[in-house]
Ligand binder design. Sequence first.
Ligand code: FES
Length: 99
Amino acid sequence: MKTIQVEIERSHDRCDHYHVEIEEGMTVLDVMEHIYTHHDPTLAYRYSCRTGLCATCNVMINGKPGLSCTVLATPGKNGVLSLAPFPRGETVKDLVKDM
Ligand code: FES
């Protein structure tokens, strides 16, 4: 296991930072679930199929759009795993977009 720093752009111009222990093979969705379960149950994110088919879990990962259920949790160039809502559409809360 190793610890990574995670930065999440949330509603109301809020940006939160977390330190998360990750295991090999953990996806970004796994990291969000870990944060929700162990650090902050107010974090809002969305998923459905967990297999890369529905695109419900689409978020910005280290500045690029990606499906959080399929992208492995790895830090960006700055050493931080950076998450933000997808830029299109209305944000309902945190990482959740109006579909
Ligand atoms: S949860 Fe369906 S594509 Fe990720």
